[in-house]
Design a protein around this ligand. Structure first.
Ligand code: NAD
Length: 504
C-alpha cells in the first residue's frame, strides 16, 4: 500500500493534517501491511463539523427513510462479508471463520436497528386530567462518538453506530489504530446504502484524537469499549466535559464446572471459549473453576483439548487459533505464564514458542503463542488477578458452588460467567447470586442477542449504560413529555389558578 489509511470525513477519504502515521502489522507474519494516518485535533474538528452539519437534516429525516438506508446497509454488509473477514484476519490475526462470526453478530444489531419504527414508538396517556392528554417521545442527542478496541474491529463499532444513526444522531468513529482498515470499508458501505455525507465519519488515531473527541463542545455523547483503565479515563474526562458516556472495560470471565456436569462437553466448550481468537475476547473464558470432584477429570480433558488446538495464520485452512495482536502482547502473555509458575501454579500445557514457521515459513516472525493451561491457580496469583488477554486458561479448585460464587463476586471484573451443570436448581442459584452482567448456563461465551443489551458489572462497565438493545436506544436518545389541552370556548374551560396544578 502506497499511502496511509485515511480518515473518512463527509463521505470521502481524506489524508488529515498531522503528518503522523503508525504502521499496521499483519500479526501472523509480523510485517507491515499498511500505515494509518493519526488524526490531529484539526481533523477531529473537521469530522465533528461534518457530523454537526449532517445532523440538521438527518435528525429531520423520516423513520421510513432511515429504515430504508439501514436495510440497504445490512444487505451490503452481507454481500461484503468475505472481504471484511479477510481484512479483519490480516490485521487482527483471528481466523477468517471467526471474523465472519463477528460480522454476523454485528449485522444483527443493524437488523435490530431496522425495526426503529417499533422501538422508537412513544407513549400516550389519554385524559390525565379533564381535557388534558400527555404523550412522550424520544429525540436524538446530536453528534456522538465511538471509540473502539482492536479485538472486534467490525462488531464492536456495529454495537454503536447503527443504533445511533437509526435514532437520528450522526456519528464519529475512532477505531483501534491496530486494525483500522475495516472501518473505512464500513463507511463506504454506508455511502453505497444511501446514507447522506457526514452522518458517519471515521477518524483514525491515538490518544490525541480520543482527547479531542472527549473534550469537543459539539460532541454530545461518547461510547467507549476497551480496557478498564482507559474506560475510567474516558468516562471521567467526557463526563467532566458534560457528555453522556457509556464505557465498557476489561474482563476476567470464570466458567464454573460442577461435579454433575458432562466433563467432555464442558471441557470442549471451555477450550473453545478460552483459546478462540487467541483469548483476545472480552467474553473469553480465562478461569475455569473446578468444583469438588470435577477437578482431576476436568484438567485431564482440558489438557488433551488444549494440545489439539491448531495454531497458525488466520487465513490458512484448518487453523483454529491465530497469533496475538503484537509482539508486546506475546511477550506479556508468555511472561505471565512464567510468573504463574514462579508463584506456584502448575503449567500443565505450555504453549509458549510454537513453531508455526515450520509449516508456514512466512510466519516465522509472527506473534504466536500456543494454548497454555495452568492448574492450582489461586486468587492471590497475578495470573488470576490480571486480564491477560491471551490464550491462557487458569484452573482454580474450590470445594463448593458457594465458594465459586464468592470467588467470582470478589473479583473486580463482572463481564461474563458460565456454569456447567445438569442441575436446574444450581443454575438458578448461580444466576441469581452472581455479580456479573452476562451469564451462560452450559454456554461458555454468553454474548446476548442484539435485542438484549450487552454489558458487564463492576470494573467491566464504567458508568451505567450497556450497549445496543433497549439500553442502546435509551443511550442515544433523550425523552420529551408533552402535556396538551385544546380548550373549546363553548365548553367554558377551567380558569387558570395560582396553586400548583393537580389532576382532577
Ligand atoms: P485499549 O483500552 O488499549 O484501547 C481502546 C481504544 O482506546 C482504542 O481506540 C485506543 O486507541 C484508545 N486508547 C488506548 N489508550 C488510550 C489512552 N491512554 N487515552 C485515550 N485513548 C486510548 O483496548 P484494546 O487493547 O484495543 O482492547 C482490548 C481491551 O478491550 C481488553 O481489556 C478487553 O477486555 C476490552 N474489551 C471489552 C469489551 C466489553 O464489551 N467489555 C469488548 C471488547 C474489548
Amino acid at each position: 500500500m502506497n499511502h496511509p489509511i485515511e480518515h473518512w470525513i463527509n463521505g470521502r477519504a481524506v489524508p488529515g493534517t498531522s503528518g503522523r502515521t503508525l504502521p499496521v502489522l499483519n500479526p501472523a507474519t509480523g510485517r507491515e501491511r499498511a500505515r494509518v494516518a493519526l488524526a490531529a485535533p484539526a481533523d477531529v474538528d473537521a469530522a465533528v463539523a461534518a457530523a454537526a452539519a449532517a445532523f440538521e437534516s438527518w435528525s429531520e429525516s423520516s423513520l421510513a427513510r432511515r429504515a430504508q438506508v439501514l436495510f440497504a446497509f445490512r444487505e451490503l454488509l452481507a454481500r461484503h462479508e468475505e472481504e471484511l473477514a479477510r481484512i479483519i484476519s490480516a490485521e487482527h490475526g483471528k481466523t477468517v471463520a471467526d471474523a465472519r462470526g463477528e460480522i454476523v453478530r454485528g449485522r444483527e444489531v443493524v437488523e435490530f436497528a431496522c425495526g426503529l419504527g417499533d422501538v422508537l414508538r412513544g407513549g400516550f396517556s389519554d385524559q390525565v386530567s379533564r381535557g388534558v392528554d400527555v404523550h412522550g417521545f424520544r429525540q436524538p442527542l446530536g453528534v456522538v462518538a465511538g471509540i473502539t478496541p482492536f479485538n472486534f474491529p467490525v462488531m464492536v463499532p456495529l454495537w454503536m453506530h447503527p443504533i445511533a444513526i437509526a435514532t437520528g444522531n450522526t456519528f464519529v468513529l475512532k477505531p483501534s489504530e491496530r486494525d483500522p482498515s475495516a472501518a473505512n470499508v464500513v463507511a463506504d458501505l454506508y455511502r453505497q446504502a444511501g446514507l447522506p455525507d457526514g452522518v458517519f465519519n471515521v477518524v483514525h488515531g491515538d490518544k490525541e484524537a480520543v482527547d479531542a473527541l472527549l473534550t469537543h463542545d459539539d460532541v454530545a455523547a461518547v461510547s467507549f469499549v476497551g480496557s478498564t483503565p482507559v474506560a475510567e479515563y474516558v468516562h471521567a474526562t467526557a463526563v467532566a466535559h458534560g457528555k453522556r458516556v457509556q464505557a465498557l472495560g476489561g474482563a476476567k470471565n470464570h466458567a464454573v464446572v460442577l461435579p454433575d456436569a458432562d466433563l467432555e462437553f464442558a471441557a470442549d466448550h471451555i477450550t473453545a471459549g478460552a483459546y478462540g481468537s487467541a483469548g483476545e475476547r472480552c467474553m473469553a473464558v480465562s478461569v475455569a473453576v473446578a468444583v469438588g470432584g470435577s477437578a482431576g477429570g476436568l484438567v485431564e480433558v482440558l489438557a488433551r483439548k488444549a494440545r489439539e488446538v491448531k495454531v497458525g495464520p488466520g487465513d490458512a485452512p484448518g487453523t483454529e487459533m491465530g497469533p496475538l495482536i503484537t509482539h508486546a502482547a506475546r511477550q506479556r502473555v508468555e511472561g505471565a505464564v512464567a510468573t504463574a509458575a514462579a508463584q506456584g501454579a502448575t503449567v500443565v500445557v505450555d504453549g509458549r514458542g510454537p513453531k508455526v514457521g515450520d509449516a508456514h515459513p512466512e510466519c516465522a516472525d509472527g506473534f504466536f503463542t500456543g494454548p497454555c493451561l495452568l492448574d492450582h491457580v489461586t486468587a492471590e496469583m497475578d495470573a488470576y488477578k490480571d486480564e491477560l488477554f491471551g490464550p491462557v486458561l487458569a484452573v482454580v479448585r474450590v470445594d463448593t458452588l458457594d465458594e465459586a460464587i464468592a470467588l467470582i463476586n470478589a473479583n473486580p471484573y463482572g463481564n461474563g460467567t458460565a456454569l456447567f451443570t445438569d442441575s436446574g436448581a444450581a443454575a438458578r442459584e448461580f444466576q441469581r447470586r452472581v455479580h456479573v452482567g452476562m451469564i451462560g448456563v452450559n454456554v461458555p461465551v454468553p454474548v446476548p442477542m442484539s435485542y438484549y443489551s450487552f454489558g458487564g458489572w463492576k470494573d467491566s462497565l464504567i458508568g451505567d449504560s450497556p450497549v445496543h438493545g433497549p439500553e442502546g436506544i435509551r443511550f442515544y436518545t433523550r425523552p420529551k413529555v408533552v402535556t396538551t389541552r385544546w380548550p373549546r370556548r363553548a365548553a367554558a374551560p377551567a380558569a387558570a389558578g395560582f396553586t400548583f396544578p393537580t389532576s382532577h
